[in-house]
Design a protein around this ligand. Structure first.
Ligand SMILES: Cc1cc2nc3c(=O)[nH]c(=O)nc-3n(C[C@H](O)[C@H](O)[C@H](O)COP(=O)(O)OP(=O)(O)OC[C@H]3O[C@@H](n4cnc5c(N)ncnc54)[C@H](O)[C@@H]3O)c2cc1C
Length: 270
């Protein structure tokens, strides 16, 4: 499956919107989750082939010619127009996904697999908490749009600075806290410190915490150790790891996820 770039839009200095369409998206399955993602295949400069390509054929090529897979959230899927919207974080001159998004022009093609996903806001929850950075903002935006009307929704989002804040639509009672990492020496605990100081409404909180690995781990600790959220109501996973590109991260991610899942917390002293 592949899409052709129809248009792009600079959402913020660090977030690029790319809308894909065309016959290559025929048969794209409507996403079933708020955090649905596609696995996108970005071609290196050394690639001597174009899109569409045969998976089996490129698998045989030398590493420097093989595509680089990156998971990107389905920000929107419009079945009637056959348009797939991806919002891709841009982080300087690094990364295949970010640089591709900046350079994307109408007609460019992107091969993908998916969609897959795992979380949707529990319609029976009493309130919602969505936490993350630019990589998770597309999923947080879909989550915010998917809650029942009138229900309390708290979003805590970490971005570079004030120019990176985006508008979120939500039928619930939305409260957004923006955190700026610019100028912060060690941003690992930015999100967790704010979440620790929050007052969450009584009842079931359906929580979605995704983004940089150490930051999401710190938020998870706060939520579970302080019994703010039940583990069954928490979706938490590391989308990327500071200091690692996606290949390096995927090589150690399984061990990291197991280590985090094994962390247990004694009940707080009453
Ligand atoms: C299920 C899932 C859904 C995701 N959805 C999205 C999405 O909708 N939009 C999105 O932008 N990302 C999303 N991500 C994260 C994205 O796949 C990774 O950030 C990926 O590493 C980006 O690839 P790249 O080629 O741009 O950079 P890479 O080549 O992987 O990395 C190059 C350098 O940039 C750093 N880096 C990677 N990502 C970021 C970042 N976000 N901010 C700052 N530095 C970074 C790396 O640590 C490395 O130093 C998702 C990840 C998962 C697992």
């Amino acid at each position: 499956m592949y899409g052709e770039v129809i248009r792009t839009r600079v959402l913020t200095p660090h977030l690029m919107r790319v809308v894909l369409g065309g016959d290559g998206l025929a048969g794209f399955a409507a996403p079933q989750h708020a955090d649905a993602y596609v696995n996108c295949f970005f071609l290196p400069a050394a690639a001597r082939y174009g899109v569409p390509f045969e998976d089996a054929a490129v698998r045989e090529l030398p590493r420097e010619q093989r595509p680089y897979p990156r998971r990107i959230t389905v920000r929107a899927w419009d079945e009637s127009r056959r348009e797939l919207t991806l919002d891709i974080a841009v982080h300087g001159d690094e990364g295949y996904a970010g640089r591709w998004a900046v350079a994307a022009r109408p007609g460019d093609r992107l091969q993908m697999r998916g969609p897959a996903g795992g979380y949707r806001p529990d319609p029976d929850a009493d309130s919602y908490l969505f936490v993350g950075d630019e990589s998770a903002l597309p999923a947080i935006a879909v989550c915010a749009e998917s809650v029942p009307a009138g229900r309390p929704v708290q979003v805590v989002a970490e971005v570079h600075d004030g120019h990176d804040e985006i508008a979120l639509d939500c039928p619930g009672e939305l409260q957004v806290t923006w955190l700026h990492r610019s100028g912060v020496a060690d941003p690992e605990h930015l999100l967790a410190d704010v979440v620790a100081a929050m007052t969450l409404p009584a009842g079931v909180v359906s929580a979605f915490v995704h983004g940089e690995a150490a930051a999401t781990r710190a938020v998870r600790r706060v939520l579970l150790a302080d019994r703010l959220v039940d583990a069954d109501d928490l979706s938490c996973s590391p989308y990327w790891r500071s200091g690692h590109d996606d290949e390096q991260w995927r090589a150690v991610k399984g061990a990291w996820v197991r280590e985090v899942a094994a962390e247990t917390f004694a009940a707080p002293a009453s």
